[in-house]
Design a protein around this ligand. Structure first.
Ligand SMILES: Cc1cc2nc3c(=O)[nH]c(=O)nc-3n(C[C@H](O)[C@H](O)[C@H](O)COP(=O)(O)OP(=O)(O)OC[C@H]3O[C@@H](n4cnc5c(N)ncnc54)[C@H](O)[C@@H]3O)c2cc1C
Length: 465
């Protein structure tokens, strides 16, 4: 038996009045604001309805009602990675922003977080308890989307991906049941969500490990753009051999001249290496010596409370129009460095706000114990090019230039993608190894055979190609 979704024109009317009235249909006064994601470049989202549940029970009622009305379901915390979503005219968009909560149990080493929670709130709560969590570079990314897609932050080469720090989840599945998933309960579902994202249900809460430290040796080194040719080869060679206690990123930044940006960065083109070392000060100093030998104009590396790392990367907060492209690199020999600098360095016509390489390796290179579907990220570097799409013209130019920058690295790409950074509609199987992909499709068939749920990177049931 198959189900074909194809809601009648007024199917979404059946949802009206649910969630205490927080359901918006096309034409309603709240519809346009509610369908707008964090990445406001993605202004085309056209859901059949947008709903803001407050409890797992309300999520369950929505799922049952959407299914009865012939609508599919997709979920968002913030819309940081909304770009891959296609036509949503027969899809209910469930936004989790009314379900925020943070509980930290430092004795058990566990955090329990509601589905709409942003990283900043968890990081601050963790710091107050003397523990640290595996957040990423942005304070306002949603904990759920980040955690379900992988989750690579400043401790990743030592402690791995956040998705593999998950210990349990509460999920509303395709028949509206509220189920628990962990290593011992619905273990196949628990495996699949850890990398398979929103394809298996609506998660209402997750639990994950916290780590028993509250400071790190962290900061940034800054050079003028003109020194990119000098700094990149040294960093690239250093990054491959560096101990797993250090995780860094290399960026070429073209910082806009906006008044809210601090003066040393505002309106300048720069090379920035930032990151964290989980080692004592003397050892951390020794690890960073080859980079400091390049005489950065600014060096902020020092021992700091871990909560400060959530803003170390200076990621934009609040709604932002952005276009991007990404690839995983197996290696970056000197020809690759030349290609990257020709596309985005000081002699190029690049207008990219960010050309970034994140350092892989260490714990990221090997499958984690009791891992989910994304057990590790093979490769030496994760490349990411981003442009601010402040106008339609800049958006078009950004789409061209981000694509060209990543295309220039094609000879060194691995053929795999890191889906959290992938903001285009693409072949989702590129996010997984072959066995994991088949198993993800099997678990999809077992739990959601008629594809009620669609993640931003969709996983089809078996036989649905
Ligand atoms: C500025 C910026 C900085 C970033 N930094 C990092 C970083 O350092 N490391 C890193 O790994 N990634 C990073 N990312 C990528 C980020 O992890 C992804 O964009 C992630 O998908 C965002 O999650 P979200 O919940 O905020 O976004 P959303 O767009 O709301 O969600 C993304 C997807 O997650 C799924 N999802 C979300 N909530 C639920 C739920 N409750 N139930 C079921 N499925 C759900 C859905 O499939 C949804 O389409 C960054 C992105 C940006 C824009």
């Amino acid at each position: 038996m198959t189900i074909t979704y194809g809601a009648t024109r007024n199917a979404a009317e059946a949802l009206r009045g649910m969630c205490g009235g927080a359901v918006h249909l096309p034409g309603d006064p709240g519809y346009d604001a509610s369908r707008m994601p964090w990445n406001v470049w993605v202004s085309r989202l056209n859901p059949a309805a947008v709903a803001y549940p407050r409890t797992a029970a309300e999520v369950s009622q929505l799922v049952i009602a959407a299914r009865a009305a012939g609508l599919q379901v997709t979920t968002q915390a913030t819309g940081h990675n909304a770009s891959p979503l296609g036509d949503l005219s027969e899809v209910l968009l469930i936004k989790m922003s009314a379900m925020t909560s943070v509980e930290i149990d430092p004795v058990k080493g566990i955090a329990r977080v509601g589905a709409g929670t942003l990283w900043l709130d968890v990081v601050e709560a963790a710091q107050a308890c003397g523990v640290t969590v595996l957040h990423g570079s942005s304070p306002d990314v949603g904990v759920l989307g980040y955690s379900l897609g992988g989750g690579m932050g400043w401790y990743a080469r030592e402690l791995g991906l956040q998705t593999n720090a998950l210990t349990a989840a509460t999920i509303v599945t395709a028949d509206g049941s509220i189920v628990h998933a962990s290593a011992t309960e619905n273990a196949d579902l628990f495996w699949a969500i850890r990398g398979g994202g929103g394809n298996y249900g609506v998660l209402t809460e997750i639990e994950f490990r916290t780590f028993d430290f509250s400071d790190a040796y962290a900061g940034m080194l800054v050079w003028p753009w003109e020194q990119a040719e000098e700094v990149l080869p040294v960093w690239a060679a250093w990054a491959v051999d560096a101990p797993r206690s250090v995780t860094t990123s290399f960026r070429i930044l073209q910082v806009p001249p906006m008044p809210e940006i601090p003066e040393p960065f505002r309106g300048r083109n720069l090379v920035v290496i930032d990151g964290a070392v989980l080692a004592g000060d003397a050892q951390a100093d020794a690890i960073l010596t080859p980079l400091r030998a390049l005489h950065p104009e600014m060096d902020t590396f020092a021992r700091v409370p871990t909560a400060t790392l959530v803003r170390l990367h200076m990621d934009p907060e609040g709604p932002t129009p952005a276009v991007s492209a990404t690839a995983i690199l197996d290696d970056l020999p000197s020809a690759g460095i030349d290609a990257l600098l020709a596309a985005t360095g000081p002699a190029s016509d690049s207008k990219l706000a960010v050309m970034e390489l994140r350092q892989l390796g260490g714990a990221l290179a090997v499958p984690a114990e009791r891992a989910g579907a994304v057990s590790h990220i093979p490769g030496q570097f994760l490349a990411f090019a981003l442009s601010i799409a402040a106008t339609p013209e800049l958006g078009e130019l950004g789409e061209q230039q981000t694509y060209q920058a990543i295309e220039a690295l094609a000879p060194w790409t691995s053929g795999r993608d890191y889906l959290n950074f992938a903001e285009a509609s693409m072949d989702t199987s590129r996010g997984y190894d072959e066995d994991a992909w088949l198993r993800l499709r099997q678990v999809k068939t077992d739990w959601d055979p008629f594809a009620l749920f669609i993640g931003n990177h969709a996983i089809p049931p078996l036989g649905d190609d």
